[in-house]
Design a protein around this ligand. Sequence first.
Ligand code: ZN
Length: 75
Amino acid sequence: MSLLADCLSKTEEVAEDYCLGRLDAEAAVAFEAHYLACPRCAQLVESTQDFLMSFRLLMSRESVLAGSDTTFSAD
Ligand SMILES: [Zn+2]
């Protein structure tokens, strides 16, 4: 079992990438398998997602306040 050894190397970075959807499918699946078995990473993912959620909430509130109707276009 090298779960914990993997964990201690660069999990924070990976957890952040995972939460941001930056990992490719294979890496995401591998990380999911890891953090579901690893309390440390589960907590890391949870706190990162919490942070991202409040950050997005803040951003969306600000763009509503600014009256922007920004939509993503192909341009
Ligand atoms: Zn871990």
